[in-house]
Design a protein around this ligand. Structure first.
Ligand SMILES: Cc1cc2nc3c(=O)[nH]c(=O)nc-3n(C[C@H](O)[C@H](O)[C@H](O)COP(=O)(O)OP(=O)(O)OC[C@H]3O[C@@H](n4cnc5c(N)ncnc54)[C@H](O)[C@@H]3O)c2cc1C
Length: 396
């Protein structure tokens, strides 16, 4: 890896200024407030403006295809985060639209991709089911062929963003008698198809996700992605991207691990806590002068620094676990007023640690749980073999 300082050209600087001006204009306090109220993590006005200004296109395409060069891509990613652009639907749209580009028919690509770049089409993930999400190959939602159409029945849990999206990337079972990895077919289902019902669910951190019911939903065959029962091949790319298992470039112009965006909330909470405990109270006393406060703050900051420096799949686990460990420690040293959420008068740190406390459990669940990732590390990186969940043998 090359740690030398990146030199920005005049054009890069101009790009950066332009991006900042664009974000300052569009990601207003109103957008942030609305986002907090709805838990949507998406704002249509911002998204359409991003499309119109060419940012979605630049982000999606590689440099060879006319997308952002590496340095600008990095600048753009960091600025987007700094301005708190609602991001979740954008992330799923990019992941799924790559699968549409690779596996969709020319007709489907023409229908969907131009609208992805303009911002009018958003795509979400329909993997998890009420009976289980970790092993998505056990999918029970059925698609049955009827002439040139498919009839879909089932339900999906946690389809985040469905209410703001036009299509869902849906895992279906098309052969219940086959081995599970050979029974899956993928579809890009238009969400305005009759028979689809979207119900909202709010999670403990305030985010909104959905349960989606599919009752006799009829979809033309042109919405199929890849081969019948060949869905696993279509899923591989989006799953690798979501797991953070994609290769990194040697220039270092990217996050060291997926979930860094989430980890930044922990970084901020540590910074704010440090400032609060280092500020004298009315009697001139600072909380940091208490050794136990200094010790716990130091331990939190050390854990946070290790997590944000840990690469790839290990980093993902380190970030989610550290957020769970650090948030209660920070809240303890900040005292009772740290339980007040952001925007509340009297909150010790404007709710920074409290938010991480509520957010951390979810960061260790979505896209795969901490336990599942630890098993993947054990099995695929450390070579420890497949976990054995059979009951222990009885002593004879
Ligand atoms: C906020 C949020 C947003 C989400 N967004 C989406 C979305 O947009 N689309 C979507 O399809 N899904 C989404 N999910 C679902 C998420 O991907 C699943 O919750 C996750 O994969 C775990 O599946 P599960 O909840 O069904 O738990 P289960 O798979 O039922 O697991 C239950 C428990 O068993 C453990 N476990 C399971 N298998 C193993 C194993 N092999 N080894 C060790 N332990 C194991 C798990 O760690 C967990 O503790 C979202 C979830 C949340 C919380």
């Amino acid at each position: 890896m090359d740690f030398s300082r990146v030199q920005l050209s005049d054009d890069d600087r101009a790009f950066l200024e332009e991006a900042r001006a664009f974000l300052a204009e569009h990601v207003t306090d109103d957008v942030i407030r609305r986002d907090r109220e709805t838990g949507d993590n998406f704002d249509e006005g911002v998204h359409l403006a991003l499309g119109e200004a060419g940012y979605l296109h630049g982000e999606w395409k590689s440099e060879d295809e006319g997308g952002f060069p590496r340095v600008r891509r990095r600048l753009w990613e960091l600025e987007k985060r700094r301005y708190h652009v609602p991001w979740v639907t954008m992330g799923t749209t990019v992941m799924v639209s790559r699968a549409v580009a690779a596996f969709g028919s020319p007709e489907l690509r023409d229908e969907v991709l131009p609208k992805v770049f303009s911002g009018e089409a958003r795509l979400c993930l329909g993997y998890t089911e009420p009976e289980g999400g970790s092993d998505i190959a056990t999918c029970k939602t059925r698609a049955v062929r009827d002439g040139d159409e498919w009839v879909i029945n089932g339900s999906k849990m946690f389809t985040t963003g469905a209410h703001n999206c036009q299509y869902v990337f849906l895992i279906t079972n098309t052969d219940p008698d086959a081995q599970k990895h050979k029974s899956i077919t993928m579809f890009l289902v238009p969400l305005d198809t009759p028979g689809i019902e979207i119900q909202g669910i709010r999670t403990v951190d305030g985010d909104r996700t959905n349960i989606v019911y599919y009752s006799d939903v009829r979809v033309p065959d042109r919405y199929r992605l890849g081969e019948v029962n060949g869905g696993w091949t279509v899923l591989r790319g989006p799953l690798d991207a979501e797991h953070g298992a994609t290769a990194t470039e040697p220039d270092g112009l990217q996050d060291v691990a997926i979930m860094m965006h989430q980890g930044e909330f922990m970084v901020k909470a540590c910074d704010v806590a440090g400032r609060v405990v280092g500020t004298p109270d009315a009697n001139g006393r600072k909380a940091i002068d208490d050794d136990s406060v200094a010790y716990r703050l130091g331990r939190s900051v050390a854990r946070m620094e290790v997590a944000v420096s840990t690469p790839s799949i290990f980093g993902r686990v380190a970030l989610a676990q550290s957020m769970r460990d650090v948030a209660p420690d920070l809240m303890d040293i900040l005292g009772t007023a740290s339980t007040l959420p952001v925007g509340t008068e009297g909150a010790a740190d404007d709710g920074a640690a409290e938010y991480v406390y509520r957010f951390a459990p979810l960061v260790g669940i979505y896209g795969g749980t901490l336990e599942v990732f630890r098993n993947m590390i054990a099995q695929h990186v450390l070579g420890l073999g497949k976990p054995n969940y059979s009951p222990p043998k009885k002593a004879s």
